[in-house]
Design a protein around this ligand. Structure first.
Ligand SMILES: NC(=O)c1ccc[n+]([C@@H]2O[C@H](COP(=O)([O-])OP(=O)(O)OC[C@H]3O[C@@H](n4cnc5c(N)ncnc54)[C@H](O)[C@@H]3O)[C@@H](O)[C@H]2O)c1
Ligand SMILES: O=C(O)C[C@H](O)C(=O)O
Length: 295
């Protein structure tokens, strides 16, 4: 919420459950009181009343339990599906023309639940994983090479789980293919660390999961939509045949603009890359079988 306001992307309403009303109002007021110091013009309010999101342009869904050390994101599915259904129904009621970005885990499945519950068109229901996963990959590459993060451009495809597919062949440092400037075993280590990047933070924090990089990722996607930037960013998108998959939400490269997901970019994959993507899809589909929404 603070990052959205700092960028003046709009007025922000933070909604939480009634038990959290006062802390939510308190956090919102605290953030707002940073505005005179930092000089941003945006209102921030906290509420537990969904009427306050009336006709919002964009809704970011972060409601739901985070995992604890030792858990997988998929362990959250039953609890978070119920929360996602409740939240989605309220968005449908109060902000029927909004665009939605889902963060709650397991995010591929939760984006599907939101899509089915709202009945919104697929371009307006989007999930976040790839911006964050790519940011982690880029961070590790920049550290390894001891170069500026600005010159690293990675590429992560697939579900937001330990089987995600960092595509090294499409990753560059200063325009140079990564495979030309890093030994294979260092690349493999970075790929593995990226896949487990969420768990690394969960273990370090001991309680809750990552906040800052996920928030920055949501804000980048929000900005692309609100400013109609037509950015090429990875999004969790509804697939109807793209990459050979049907009726599934999955992380793929997209063009994000004023119309949400304006298109999905299909890139050629080697047989090995396709096998890795199939494995990631299988993990997402395993979680989908638990959903009441999908069955
Ligand atoms: N997709 C990603 O890349 C990514 C990254 C970070 C976190 N996450 C996921 O986002 C979710 C939130 O993480 P967090 O760290 O902010 O957790 P958190 O526990 O700090 O916040 C979750 C909030 O959801 C609220 N909530 C619970 N039930 C609700 C309901 N029925 N309606 C509205 N709000 C409700 C809680 O009161 C709480 O304030 C988790 O599922 C986490 O795994 C995903
Ligand atoms: O790992 C988690 O549980 C939270 C989130 O999905 C992340 O990648 O940081």
């Amino acid at each position: 919420a603070l990052m959205l306001a700092q960028k003046e992307l709009g007025d922000v309403v933070i909604v939480d459950i009634p038990a959290q009303t006062n802390p939510t109002k308190g956090k919102a007021l605290d953030m707002l009181e940073a505005s005179p110091v930092q000089g941003f013009n945006a209102n921030i309010t906290g509420t537990s009343n969904y009427e306050d999101i009336q006709d919002a342009d964009l809704v970011l869904i972060t409601a739901g339990l985070p995992r604890k050390p030792g858990m997988s994101r998929d362990d959250l599915v039953a609890t978070n599906e119920k929360i996602m259904i409740e939240v989605s129904k309220n968005i449908k009621k109060y902000a029927p023309n909004s665009y939605i970005i889902v963060l709650s885990n397991p995010v591929d499945a939760m984006t599907y639940v939101c899509y089915k519950t709202t009945g919104f068109p697929k371009n307006r229901v989007i999930g976040q994983s790839g911006v964050l996963d790519t940011a982690r990959f880029n961070t590790f590459v920049a550290q390894e090479l001891n170069v500026s993060i600005e010159d690293i451009s990675g590429f992560v495809l697939g579900g937001h789980g330990d089987d995600m597919v960092p595509l090294v062949r499409y990753s560059y440092a200063g325009g140079i293919p990564l495979e030309k400037i890093l030994p294979q075993e260092r690349i493999d280590a970075i790929v593995e660390r990226t896949r487990k990047g969420g768990g690394e933070i969960v273990n370090l924090l001991g309680q809750g999961s990552a906040y800052y990089a996920p928030a920055a990722s949501m804000v980048q996607m929000a900005e692309a939509i609100l400013k109609d930037k037509k950015r090429i960013l990875p999004s969790i998108a509804y697939l109807e045949g793209e990459y050979g998959y049907h009726d599934l939400y999955l992380g793929v490269p997209t063009i994000l603009g004023g119309n949400g997901i304006e298109s999905i970019i299909e890139i050629p994959l080697t047989p090995e890359e396709k096998t890795a993507l199939d494995k990631s899809v299988q993990s997402v589909q395993n979680v989908m079988t638990i959903l009441t929404t999908a069955n």
